[in-house]
Design a protein around this ligand. Structure first.
Ligand code: HEC
Ligand code: HEC
Length: 340
């Protein structure tokens, strides 16, 4: 190699090294002061605190079809105006996207209507967990005077007037129409309302390109800040009760405390259950605003800020909040093959 070539190449190589170094250094400086330990870089080795939603479910399709019809059946309400779908619209992420739902006689409810998507994975049903199964849950809205305000004898006599229903129950249950079979069909239909294959689930299953770098960073922060201590498992929620307001008194700050705000206390009467609620699922969360049992948070940004303040008792910079929200939007799955 001749000398003039060397004297040309070496300075250029050095120059490139300096540029590369200062570029990397600038990136280090740009990073927010890490007040939290983000833990090791993400691996998708199967040791994550969140599990993907199963991709398929073996369900009796005749029951699913009958349950679907019953879920959309206004004759389940006293004046034939309200169906389950009135408050759990499958085109709106399984909610009504209102703070409080509207039931029979235009009465407004006092709790936000949660989604019905993926509900078979919840350990209990309702904000206060008072129903242990989807079947039991159905008793609630059927009888509630501000929701459907009906009863089984009335519903059964109305459905018996329809030859199609009589025929369907006979074929599927080899029996007449009765409340157990109505509840069974609706519950089996609800079992079919699961939303697999979100980008996050694809990532958990090993497709590292399913998330952008920002979304991966958002997930790391979700874990590092401790959101995952309550929002975990298949649903990122739905498997425990927790007090709303672990740090600071959410209810005093909000004001106007109602009976519904007492949460799990209404079921157990135990002081430690005052203001405790089932930790909600974060699946499809971008579709189900407004948030919280009181429907007060209109955006994910508001909801996450309330969580950081009252559940974690910390301050988090906006950049990290934005990353967490970007992660949350990767939890939208597929419903029957397309976006729910
Ligand atoms: C008038 C509105 C309204 C109607 C009608 C209604 N729901 Fe709901 N649903 C709600 C509200 C509000 C809640 C939360 C109540 C609570 O937690 O006490 C809820 C809760 C639920 C839950 C539990 C969700 C969770 O995450 O715990 C399921 C499942 C459900 N409803 C299914 C149904 C089915 C099935 C029907 C029809 C038989 C129905 N709902 C009718 C408003 C309604
Ligand atoms: C100590 C347990 C706990 C921690 C930690 C926690 N949450 Fe929650 N989260 C809850 C409970 C309980 C609720 C339901 C509150 C209510 O409406 O009564 C909730 C509700 C939510 C909701 C609204 C869901 C809905 O459908 O209304 C979102 C979004 C949310 N949490 C995100 C987060 C994020 C992001 C973090 C971390 C920054 C976090 N949570 C930390 C327990 C927790």
């Amino acid at each position: 190699m001749n000398r003039s070539f060397k004297s040309f190449v070496i300075p250029i190589a050095l120059f490139c090294l300096v540029i590369l170094f200062s570029w990397q250094w600038a990136k280090v400086l740009e990073r927010p002061a890490a007040a939290i330990n983000l833990g090791p870089p993400i691996s998708v080795a199967g040791d994550e605190p969140i599990e993907p939603i199963p991709i398929t479910a073996e369900l009796n399709q005749e029951k699913v079809a009958l349950g679907n019809q019953l879920f959309h059946e206004p004759r389940l309400s006293r004046d034939n105006t309200i169906s389950c779908a009135s408050c759990h619209d499958l085109n709106k992420g399984g909610t009504d996207q209102r703070a409080f739902p509207i039931g029979i006689d235009s009465q407004e409810g006092f709790l936000n209507a949660p989604t019905v998507l993926n509900n078979s994975f919840h350990f209990r049903q309702f904000w206060d967990g008072r129903a242990r199964s989807l079947q039991d849950q159905i008793e609630g809205p059927i009888h509630a005077s501000h929701e459907m305000d009906s009863n089984w004898p009335e519903i059964i006599s109305k459905l018996k007037q329809s030859p199609e229903y009589v025929q369907a129950f006979k074929q599927i249950y080899a029996d007449n129409i009765n409340s157990d079979h109505i509840k069974d069909a609706i519950a089996i239909f609800e079992n079919s309302l699961f939303t697999p294959n979100s980008r996050f689930d694809r990532f958990l299953r090993g497709d590292t390109n399913a998330l952008t770098n920002n979304e991966k960073e958002g997930y790391r922060r979700f874990k590092a800040y401790g959101c995952v201590s309550c929002h975990q498992g298949i649903l990122l929620g739905g498997n425990m009760f927790q007090k709303f307001g672990v740090f600071g008194d959410y209810f005093k700050d909000r004001g106007n405390i109602t009976e519904a705000d007492l949460g799990r206390f209404n079921v157990t009467g135990q002081e430690e259950d005052r203001y405790a609620f089932k930790v909600p699922s974060l699946r499809n969360i971008e579709l189900t605003a407004p948030y919280f049992h009181d429907g007060t948070a209109e955006t994910l940004d508001e909801a996450v800020k309330v969580m950081i303040k009252y559940q974690l008792g910390r301050e988090v910079n906006q950049q990290d909040i934005d990353l967490i929200i970007q992660f949350l939007t990767t939890l939208t799955g597929e419903f029957e093959g397309s976006s729910p």
